[in-house]
Design a protein. Sequence first.
Length: 296
Amino acid sequence: MTEQMTVRGTLKGHSGWVTQIATTPQYPDMILSASRDKSIIMWKLTRDETNYGIPQRSLKGHSHFVSDVVISSDGQFALSGAWDGTLRLWDLTTLPCITIDENLTIAIHFITNNLSFDIFVQDEGHSEWVSCVRFSPNSSNPIIVSCGWDKMVKVWNLANCKLKTNHIGHTGFLNTVTVSPDGSLCASGGKDGQAMLWDLNEGKHLYTLDSGDTINALCFSPNRYWLCAATGPSIKIWDLEGKIIVDELRQEVISTNSKAEPPQCTSLAWSADGQTLFAGYTDNLIRVWQVTIGTR
């Protein structure tokens, strides 16, 4: 008997690529998704086989593609960033919105149970577009990790916003960086198809996993030693102990055009309990995969 991933259903509501998905342990029946349709959808998860969830609210205000959305640690607020050069802070309970115009933003830090947040701008920042920023969950080593189109992964000290480490090794622009649940390591990926693992405590490269295609998104499982990568139309799952692929998820898509390209996977997020993987695609759908016990 072994663990495997099984398709559970889809979420349909966006009219553009699903660019980011956010979950929170405070509200396991709710997720947020960002899209190129310029909106963020708050979903109520029904977990029905025919319809895994329904759009509860649509958060609108951005005038261009929404590229990222995160939820505060208390589950009360969401922060979104878009190609219109603005950040928008949403109160998920009452839905007022604050707009922040800040093209040089590197990171945003939520203050739990408060509308306050910090915006960090740093002279030692990326020389090209910043594509992804993530916070470490390790409170004893408060850091920010960022990556960009300059092929660099940068680690910042959250206390003073000073650069700690430049991680160099990628040969193409970077789309994504993710931090492990214990904050000890991060993984980065992008155009070169390499998922690079970095030790955040010692500031060094650990090893590289070859995905064979451009990596659009990465995420660690919250309770298994797995790294998931959105690579082209598929999702590869590595067991980091053996450094082997234990599953590759491909969704069958029925098309009347035999030459049509399959939808690309562009975003990933695990549920807090590690049992459900949400994946966003370029056909505007979110597909839902669940960990099940089966035989190979």
